[in-house]
Design a protein around this ligand. Structure first.
Ligand code: APR
Length: 175
């Protein structure tokens, strides 16, 4: 079945897809950027569920970089939120590319396991975490294209760009 990859501009919290991906931090207890926007739109029940996951795991490392967890979506229009923790950019010699690719791959596999049909990604690590936008976009597109064939349920993958630079980059790289 034809898989659709879309590049869209806008606010991920407004998308009525099955899952949106949150660029979280390893505590899973919220933050700024898209993490803050998602928690604001979802409401306090999302933080409560994240806190339950965090307390069941090692303190401070609820979700290591490159990993992902899935929760409910509460006040958001989507069905599930997949929280993944991108790498902080230290110059590229600390495994950042592999960790970033892992965020996209593991998020897709969680959505597939949940039987979801559509998933929307923000531009993970390209804000507070400082990952160079073009390198991140190339990794994101490549990782999603490589993992989609192992995800028979997933029909649509969207890359949601909040800023112009990312939008132009993704449009150019996605062809
Ligand atoms: N919808 C879609 N994308 C958004 C939104 C939104 N509402 N708000 C911000 N973004 C974009 C940013 O413009 C950026 O391109 O999300 C991308 C990721 O940026 P950040 O949110 O800063 O995430 P990241 O760079 O991965 O840093 C994660 O920031 O917010 C904290 O708790 C978070 O500590 C973690 C860190």
């Amino acid at each position: 079945m034809e898989k659709i990859i879309e590049i869209v501009r806008g606010d991920i919290t407004r998308l009525e897809v099955d899952a949106i991906v949150n660029a979280a931090n390893s505590s899973l207890l919220g933050g700024g950027g898209v993490d803050g926007a998602i928690h604001r739109a979802a409401g306090p029940e999302l933080l409560a569920e994240c806190r339950n996951i965090a307390t069941a795991r090692r303190p401070g490392e609820a979700c290591p970089a490159g990993e992902a967890v899935i929760t409910g979506a509460y006040g958001l229009p989507c069905k599930k939120v997949i929280h993944t923790v991108g790498p902080v950019w230290y110059g590229g010699s600390r495994g950042e590319p592999e960790l970033l690719a892992s965020c996209y791959r593991k998020s897709l596999l969680l959505a597939e396991d949940a039987g979801l049909g559509s998933i929307a990604f923000p531009n993970i690590s390209t804000g507070v975490y400082g990952y160079p936008k073009e390198a991140a976009a190339e990794i994101a597109l490549e990782a999603v294209k490589a993992a989609l064939p192992q995800c028979p349920h997933i029909r649509r993958a969207l890359f949601v760009c909040f800023d112009d630079e990312n939008y132009r980059l993704y449009r150019r790289l996605a062809g």
